[in-house]
Write a protein that binds this ligand. Structure first.
Ligand SMILES: [Zn+2]
Length: 113
């Protein structure tokens, strides 16, 4: 008898943090960026990856947003690592991290934004 054992295994990695404004609750803050990878397994051994998705989680309303492929590169550039964040909190400059990325891409809707 031939027994073919195939399955799937999920991996979750925390990639870092990014400062952005929540489309859901409009709050600006430090979002966690997570990556979910799915691997196809053969006889319980991960063979190849067939899915890779990134998500951002709002710190205020806990809404989860999937990161579109087009903005993954931009997101990767803006990403704040756990080490950077820990260092910023230790130095008391965590607030500056939030301000740092505010000016760059100003939208037209508000002057005090
Ligand atoms: Zn939110």
């Amino acid at each position: 008898m031939f027994f073919f054992l195939a399955g799937s295994k999920d991996y979750h990695d925390r990639l870092g943090y990014v400062v952005t404004t929540c489309p859901e609750c409009s709050m600006r803050g430090l979002f966690t960026v997570e990556q979910e990878r799915k691997k196809f397994t053969l006889y319980l051994i991960p063979a190849f990856e067939y899915s890779r998705k990134q998500f951002m989680v709002c710190p205020y309303c806990r809404e989860v947003f999937e990161v579109a492929d087009e903005i993954k590169e931009e997101l990767a550039r803006k990403l704040i690592s756990q080490e950077e964040l820990t260092a910023a909190i230790r130095n008391g400059t965590a607030d500056k991290l939030l301000l740092k990325q505010t000016g760059k891409r100003k939208r037209l809707k508000g002057k005090n934004d």
